[in-house]
Design a protein around this ligand. Structure first.
Ligand SMILES: [Zn+2]
Length: 336
């Protein structure tokens, strides 16, 4: 009789598994565990078993009872769930889960910070909502300068605005710190602009400022050249073009050679072979006066860089809008 128990167990488990609904399983429960049920009747037969086999027989029946009872409960629970949520097909593959990855701009900002860390720069930050003083006045911007225009800048109220550049961070740092200063300030900037493939109202800049004795424009060109090679590769070239900014004198705009077309001309570089990155120059003495630095004693250079522009030539992207659209087909191409 002991040997029959395993067979009874296998048959019972098979029936439980194939039960299709709640009433099937409750019927089975009665047939197996009810007063007249199979397992109950086995328990009643214990006295008929030879005395030396009774402990093993009793133990096996109790184990059988507990296994069958657990299986009935779990099958009942899962039938109740599938009755509520619809049919569950346990043979279907599990739904895949995706691991998120970093946004290409955040990852590139980190790479840029890493390169400047290696050259002795520290990271500084400032608020996105700035005052006119820090965004324009302290940076020697005349009252009638076009960048102050309501059509170029998002004004909020009472002399506050969304910063149009990360340059206000320079002023905030110099106000608090005596020279020498060597900082970069990554952050978002906002400008009223017509959105197209190469312009957006929201973009990322990294600002740099170096103040010390005997700093020259040649140092700035050397720094930006090393930076460009570390981020874009040893073949990249850099060029300065004379320009005007209120807070630097002399001022330049600088370009990196287009790595996408090897300077042959493509849509990203506007068929010129060069991509404009941003502006730079030697800090204007008027700015030093504003923060209380002696312009006869200290010299400095400042530069900005458009991170999206660098990302476009680094990754071969011809439309700046893609960075802000959160299209997963675009973002999934980057793995950082
Ligand atoms: Zn190109």
């Amino acid at each position: 009789m002991i040997d029959d128990i395993d067979q009874i167990k296998n048959e019972a488990l098979e029936k439980i598994k194939s039960a299709k609904n709640e009433s099937d399983i409750l019927d089975l429960k009665g047939q197996l565990l009810g007063k007249q049920g199979l397992i109950t009747s086995l328990l009643k037969k214990i006295p008929e078993v030879p005395i030396e086999d009774r402990p093993e027989f009793g133990k096996k029946i109790n184990i059988l009872k507990s296994i069958v009872s657990d299986k009935i409960d779990s099958q009942l629970a899962s039938l109740k769930v599938s009755a509520k949520t619809g049919r569950i097909d346990s043979t279907l593959p599990a739904r895949a889960s995706w691991l998120g990855s970093r946004h290409p701009i955040s990852a590139l900002v980190d790479q840029i910070i890493h390169v400047f860390y290696g050259m002795g720069f520290e990271v500084a930050s400032g608020p996105d909502i700035e005052t006119e003083y820090y965004n324009f006045d302290a940076l020697n911007t005349p009252d009638d300068h076009p960048s102050r225009d309501i059509n170029d800048t998002f004004y909020i109220a009472d002399g506050t605005l969304l910063r149009t550049q990360t340059s206000p961070v320079q002023i905030r740092v110099m106000e608090k710190q005596e020279p020498p200063v060597r900082i970069i300030a990554p952050g978002r900037c906002y400008r009223r602009d017509t959105i197209d493939a190469s312009h957006h109202i929201l973009f990322t800049q990294v600002e740099g400022l170096y103040v010390d004795k005997d700093v020259t424009l040649a140092d700035l060109k050397g720094l930006l050249t090393i930076f460009a090679k570390r981020i874009l590769g040893p073949e990249v070239k850099i060029r300065f073009r004379p320009h005007f900014f209120p807070f630097t004198e002399p001022s330049v705009e600088y370009d990196f050679s287009c790595m996408l077309c090897n300077m042959k001309g493509c849509s990203v570089c506007g068929y010129t072979g060069w991509v404009e990155i941003s502006g730079a120059g030697m800090v204007d003495p008027a700015v030093f006066n504003e923060v209380g630095y002696d312009p006869d004693k200290w010299k400095g250079y400042a530069f900005g860089m458009g991170v999206e522009r660098i990302a476009m030539i680094k990754y071969g992207i011809n439309d700046i809008r893609l960075f802000l659209e959160n299209d997963l087909r675009f973002l999934k191409q980057f793995h950082f």
